[in-house]
Design a protein around this ligand. Structure first.
Ligand code: MG
Length: 381
């Protein structure tokens, strides 16, 4: 099953207070929209998100900068916005989840229940059975009671066979309350799956307070942790010093390379690019480009660090091992750690620079060059 998601965020709802549409208001360290997006981007079965926005919001670039969602311009009504989102995913997936951005407490458990039901049904949606007594009232006086048997409170995400819900929307031509109604008008059976009482829809100021409390109480969700490795070698040549992890060390030889040949910083840089699935130094700083000749490798590492930050990651730790017989690294390791910490804006106690010889074996053992390996861990902020 391939699944895309449409997150409808084109509403202008300001009933929740704060002046701006509720999806952009701060909530538990992010915004309503950022929490909603995070739940979907971190779900392993969702291949693409179409984030449907109001034109004004697209210009204001209010959505999270690092979102991997595809930005889609919404329409005048909710249905028109959903149709725009569906059109963006058409033909690329066989199923779709349609979710209201104002439900930031959506969990993977609810998403999974909808997806499981879609294996045997054209449509499925979460809901909560009504357990409170239902009254009719007028002028603050109870005028009657309603039988609650068989009544449910509808939630999102609502899941569908993508082609069938597109066809349903194209023929419905109505501004229905939700997509389940559109599906039913088209004759689709909609399976009910268990919703989550905490999957609330933020409407008024009280909902903000409750959502904030629930998000803060939540045990940490699935953390996005990335590990990258790097390996590099530079050959010895004529010279009187080497630069390793940003530190100049007098030596009887120098390291050869297009830049300053700092094999330590190159390796750490490649490990960060690796963790980000962003290739290697050569991709970002082609050796064919003369402007990097003799360049301080600090530039490369700062770029990789900045790229990680722009994608929402911070460096958790760096472990770097230099492999050589000479020069001796031990006396310089503390200075190297200080340099790497400075360039990566990471606390020194999260940086390790150590060294090993190769017992006089191989090219490092024969003193032909220096090798380096590094591991980096990145954590989504
Ligand atoms: Mg290199």
């Amino acid at each position: 099953m391939s699944v895309g998601a449409v997150i409808v965020a084109a509403g202008r709802g300001t009933r929740a207070g704060g002046g701006s549409p509720k999806q952009w208001r701060p909530l538990a360290g992010g915004t309503v929209a950022s929490h909603t997006l995070a739940a979907f981007t971190s779900h392993p079965k969702i291949g693409q998100i179409a984030l449907v926005l109001h034109t004004d919001d697209i210009e204001a670039t209010l959505w999270p900068a690092d979102t991997q969602a595809e930005i889609v311009t919404g329409g005048d009504t909710r249905s028109a916005s959903v149709r725009a989102g569906l059109a963006a995913l058409e033909g690329r997936f066989d199923h779709v989840l349609i979710h209201d951005v104002a439900r930031p407490l959506i969990t993977h458990a609810v998403i999974d229940r909808v997806l499981t039901a879609l294996e045997s049904s054209d449509a499925a949606a979460p809901a909560i059975p009504v357990t409170d007594a239902l009254w009719r009232g007028e002028n603050d006086i109870v005028t009657g009671t309603e039988d609650r048997t068989g009544l449910f409170r509808a939630q999102t995400p609502q899941g569908f066979d993508l082609a069938k819900i597109i066809a349903a929307h194209n023929t419905a031509n109505t501004n229905a309350a939700d997509d389940v109604e559109i599906a039913r008008l088209a004759g689709l059976d909609v399976a009910i799956v268990e919703g989550d009482p905490n999957n609330l829809k933020i409407t008024g100021p009280d909902d903000f307070a409750r959502a904030e409390r629930l998000l803060n109480e939540r045990s940490p969700g699935p953390m996005d942790i990335r590990v990258g490795n790097g390996f590099d070698v530079h050959r010895f040549g004529p010279g009187d010093h080497v630069i390793l992890c940003g530190v100049t060390i007098p030596h009887t030889r120098g390291l050869q390379g297009h830049s300053d040949a700092d094999v330590g910083l190159h390796t750490i840089t490649d490990a960060i690019y690796g963790a980000l699935s962003e290739g290697d130094i050569g991709r970002h700083f082609p050796p064919s480009d003369p402007q990097w000749k003799g360049a301080a490798s600090e530039i490369f590492l700062a770029h990789a660090t900045g790229l990680a930050a722009s994608k929402g990651f911070k460096i958790s730790n760096i472990d770097c091992t230099l492999i050589c017989e000479f020069p001796k690294i031990g006396p310089h390791a503390a200075a190297m750690i200080t340099e790497v910490a400075r360039i990566t804006e990471t606390n020194q106690n999260r940086i390790s620079v150590k060294a090993t010889t190769s017992e006089q074996l191989g090219f490092t053992g024969r003193g032909e060059g220096i090798a380096c390996m590094a591991t980096v861990t990145l954590i989504a902020q």
